[in-house]
Design a protein around this ligand. Structure first.
Ligand SMILES: [Zn+2]
Length: 259
C-alpha cells in the first residue's frame, strides 16, 4: 500500500500509507497544547513537511552515492523516519556498501548542522527559531539513530562493509551485523521497559512504549534480513546447479531495507 509521488533523479518515489499516520502524530505533538490556534497548525504542518524533506534528502544521498558506485536504485518507498530502497542489483563490493551506507547519516548531519547554524543566527525564541531548532535536533537524531551498529540500519551496513573488507566473508559479516542488529533492537526494547518503570531523564511512560516498538521492529528486521540472505544463497546455489533455470531469474530485483 503506497502512493506514487513521481520521479526524482530517475528514482520512483512512493509514500507508504503508515506515513500519513505518523505524519499526523508528529504534527499533533508539535501543535500540542495549542490546538485552537490555527497559527500553530501551520507551523506544525510546515515543520513536519520540512522534516519529511530532510528524510527524502537522506534517502536520495544513499541512492545517488549508490548509483555512482554501481548500485542502481529503481524505487524508494518512504516511511516518515526513513525509506526502503528497491535496488536493481545487490552490493558486490564492501567499499561500495560503505559509501552508500554512510552517505545518508552524513547528509542528515550536514542538514542538521545547517539548521543549527540558522538557529544560532536567528538568536531568539520566536516560533520560527523553535521550529528550526527542532529540525536541527531531529536531523541529528536521524543521523545518530541510523548509525547504531545493527543491521539493517545504516550503521549495521557500515559495520558489515568493514567486517567484509577485513574478513573477506560476506556471509560471516552479515551474520555478525544482523546479530548486532538483534542486540541493538532488544537493548532498545529493554531500555523501554526500564523507562516505563523508572522514568529517568524526565522521560514519560509513553516514550518507553516507543522504545519497545522501535526496538522490537529492529530486532525483527534484523532476523528477517538474515533469513533473506540465507534464502538468496540457497536460490543462487540452486540456480548454479540447474541448467534449466531461465536466465531472467538472476535479475529479479529484491526489496532491500536501505534504512
Ligand atoms: Zn539511511
Amino acid at each position: 500500500m503506497a502512493l506514487n509521488l513521481g520521479k526524482i533523479f530517475g528514482i520512483q518515489f512512493r509514500l507508504h500509507f503508515t506515513w500519513f499516520i505518523i505524519f499526523i502524530i508528529v504534527t499533533v505533538s508539535l501543535v500540542s497544547p495549542n490546538y485552537f490556534q490555527w497559527r500553530y497548525w501551520v507551523i506544525g504542518i510546515a515543520a513536519s513537511l520540512l522534516f519529511f524533506a530532510s528524510v527524502v534528502a537522506h534517502e536520495l544521498a544513499h541512492s545517488l552515492v549508490g548509483r555512482a558506485n554501481g548500485i542502481p536504485v529503481r524505487s524508494l518507498t518512504l516511511f516518515i523516519f526513513g525509506g526502503v530502497a528497491q535496488m536493481t542489483r545487490e552490493v558486490t563490493r564492501p567499499g561500495a556498501e560503505f559509501k552508500m551506507a554512510i552517505a545518508g547519516p552524513v547528509c542528515s548531519l550536514i542538514i542538521g548542522g545547517l539548521f543549527g547554524m540558522v538557529w544560532l543566527l536567528l538568536d531568539g525564541i520566536t516560533d520560527l527559531a523553535m521550529v528550526i531548532f527542532w529540525l536541527a535536533i531531529m536531523n541529528g537524531a536521524l543521523a545518530v539513530f541510523n548509525l547504531l551498529p545493527g543491521f539493517p540500519l545504516d550503521g549495521g551496513r557500515v559495520l558489515r562493509s568493514l567486517l567484509w573488507h577485513f574478513t573477506g566473508s560476506y556471509r560471516l559479516s552479515t551474520r555478525i551485523a544482523t546479530m548486532t542488529g538483534q542486540g541493538v533492537g532488544y537493548s532498545l526494547a529493554l531500555g523501554g521497559i526500564l523507562v516505563i518503570f523508572l522514568r529517568p531523564f524526565g522521560l514519560l511512560w509513553f516514550d518507553g512504549v516507543w522504545f519497545i516498538l522501535i526496538g522490537g521492529f529492529l530486532a525483527r528486521l534484523a532476523s528477517v534480513s538474515y533469513r533473506q540472505m540465507r534464502w538468496q544463497e540457497a536460490a543462487a546455489q540452486h540456480q548454479a546447479d540447474s541448467t534449466l533455470m531461465p536466465s531472467e531469474y538472476s535479475i529479479i530485483p529484491r526489496d532491500n531495507i536501505a534504512d
